[in-house]
Write a protein that binds this ligand. Sequence first.
Ligand code: AP5
Ligand code: MG
Length: 214
Amino acid sequence: MQRNLILLGAPGAGKGTQAQKLSALWGIPQISTGDMLREARRQGTALGQKAQAFMDAGKLVPDEVVIGLVEERLGRPDTREGVILDGFPRTIPQAEALDRLMAKLKREPVWVLAIDVPEAELQLRLGGRRSCPKDNTPYHVKFNPPRQIGKCDQCGAELFQREDDRPEAISKRFAEYQNKTAPLVAHYGTRAKRVDGTGALDAILERIQRALVG
Ligand code: AP5
Ligand code: MG
């Protein structure tokens, strides 16, 4: 059976952290639109340049840009057994576009899971996050430190702090989340399962798996 999972959650909820674990466990790719856009910026592509100002200001990139990106990615053969969507969809038009695309590609069922974390904890998480530029593993200086300070455990690359993890951009990202993304939980209705995203990383992973089978 295919496993297609949409991970919803505020900035810092742990979508990337849990998506990487699920991807390793299930052997299917994580598709993070945030990581894809950051990679496009590093490569200096036209799409990356277009996304840059939106991202650094903590605003969502226009729907047509990310929908095109996801459509292209889902057309690749490694997605046939399923995908973990991390950070997409983020708006109702994106959710509608995804429904059409998955039906066209016969990639169903699609599970939806929302990770809940209180805002005070999200602030602490984003403030101390460090990310790997090569494999996108998220770390935290205190809550999830790498074995060697400033270096990725998997590939040894120098960790960096995201441009949008500055306080002004963080507030804007929360506002965008409340206005445009939080309504997706209601949009998906009973299809959306919710899990408590606080506590140890592996305990959350177990909660996610239980929520999906239950
Ligand atoms: P994106 O990269 O998706 O950022 P985001 O949604 O703001 O989410 P984050 O990546 O910040 O958080 P996360 O939930 O992945 O948490 P993580 O696992 O890293 O998007 C960035 C930008 O790109 C957007 O603002 C927008 O401009 C654009 N964009 C992307 N997708 C788009 C779309 N579909 N439409 C339009 N625009 C789009 O964890 C966070 C920290 O917490 C880490 O330090 C981690 O180590 C730590 N942590 C994780 N779990 C725990 C735990 N249980 N306890 C303690 N610490 C923890
Ligand atoms: Mg992320």
